[in-house]
Design a protein. Sequence first.
Length: 265
Amino acid sequence: MIRVSQLSKHYGGNQVLRGIDLQIGAGEFVVVLGQSGAGKSTFLRCMNRLARADGGELQVAGIDALDARDERALRRQVAMIFQHHNVVPRLSVLKNVLTGRLASVSTLASVLQLFSQADVELARQCLLRVGLAHKADARTDSLSGGQMQRVGIARALAQQPKVILADEPVASLDPKTARLVMQYLHDASRELGITVVCNLHQVEFAREFADRIVGLAHGRLVYDGDASGLDEATLQRIYPDAESTEDESAAACAPQLHYANGLGG
């Protein structure tokens, strides 16, 4: 489903990714661990071309993500869940979820936000999957942070992707709510066969939910295995004592909202 070979990326003089090699199978739930600045966000963004890698090979859902001539086709297959929800506050919960369908409708229908009954029913089913069917008609800005993130998951599911990329999806949530959000995401992956690559800081969630754990440090792959291999020595390699000098601030400036609404490209 995802094949990465010698992937590299730099911002100016900063080498953020340094020859990453990785293969991820269909339906796998993979958690990426690493310090802030280790390259985690840039790695995910290269998969959907919010960031463009400088070298190597990158195949995602059968598409060459390094040289994708049709980025819209790539992004139909790859959904993104962001740390800060990226919902449209004034819209209803249902309409926010329906924005996940925009890349699959005609340009005119996209501009006019015209959705078929089948799309509406799909959006409602996605809300049911994350326990928010009863909130379909509520304004999204009336929800809690955890509920907004579940709307983000439902929106990603409505896209019917082969791959979901989740960039620190529970970083701003309390532990109880964060575990609930992770459980919804994990269950959707299992039940729908969607490949999930999820950046996290919480080692305990990686151990609880991941099929595989990938560790990045200073832009290099330093661990690829299951939770049983996360001993103290391995954690020290993933979280070295010296602070990372890498800087992913440029990646944080990408136009997240447009992509989350299916309008990026």
